[in-house]
Design a protein around this ligand. Structure first.
Ligand SMILES: [Zn+2]
Length: 224
């Protein structure tokens, strides 16, 4: 689990490298986002759970996952969800050279476009942490940086009830929820608890009086 110190450092990075933590109010939607896939160990269950509650979501995909599981990535598109970019690999950018960080984003973008036929609009760096080089590359490629305003801590081996409890504390207009459809980069073996959490989150959504949606359903297109 990330330490308090790491949270503080991430906060400082978010100030230095501005990105979307919350969508503008008005859509009356909470935005569901899934990182680290596509992955047969989680994505199919998440897709079924989203269908069951009739929700559209945004999937921040990794190029290296798509190389292994292209069919799963295509299924995400076929089921009507939005494709976004999480990079090629999952190494924190502070551990990469500037050139490696730039290459990771460009290579990831190429892999996602080739596999899904979609040009992602949004980019979220691994662990929500940009470097100077990767932020610049993101801007140059006209990708919009996205963070989050709620999370289910579902990189940890915790049950769906706990994930829903954490992620659903403050469902509201424009809230961006971070979840994971792959266990590969976390500390658990399966992403099934994330899929289990969705039915519970649906109840919390109804109580909050908002809908669920993908980022594109709530974020206006950037001018220029
Ligand atoms: Zn990730």
């Amino acid at each position: 689990m990330p330490s308090f110190r790491q949270f503080r450092e991430t906060e400082e990075l978010w100030t230095r490298f501005p990105g979307l933590e919350r969508a503008e109010a008005g859509s009356q939607r909470t935005l569901l986002t899934f990182d680290d896939g596509p992955d047969p160990e989680g994505t199919p269950a998440v897709l079924d759970a989203l269908d069951a509650i009739g929700a559209r979501a945004t999937f921040f995909m990794l190029g290296e996952q798509l190389m292994r599981h292209q069919d799963v990535g295509r299924e995400v598109v076929a089921r009507g969800h939005e494709v976004a970019l999480h990079g090629f690999g999952h190494t924190p950018h502070e551990e990469l050279t500037p050139q490696q960080a730039r290459d990771d984003i460009a290579r990831g973008l190429g892999a996602v476009e080739a596999a899904t036929g979609r040009r992602p609009r949004f980019y979220r760096p691994p662990y929500g942490r940009f470097s100077d080089a990767s932020y610049e590359a993101c801007q140059k490629l006209r990708l919009e940086p996205v963070y989050w305003s709620a999370w289910g801590m579902d990189w940890e081996p915790i049950p769906g009830e706990r994930i829903a409890d954490l992620a659903g504390r403050d469902l509201g207009d424009g809230v961006i929820v971070l979840l994971h459809d792959s266990p590969r980069y976390g500390e658990r073996d399966s992403a099934q608890p994330t899929a289990d959490a969705l039915a519970l989150l649906e109840r919390q959504r109804l109580e909050a009086g908002v809908g669920f949606g993908a980022l594109a359903d709530a974020v206006s297109a950037r001018a220029g």
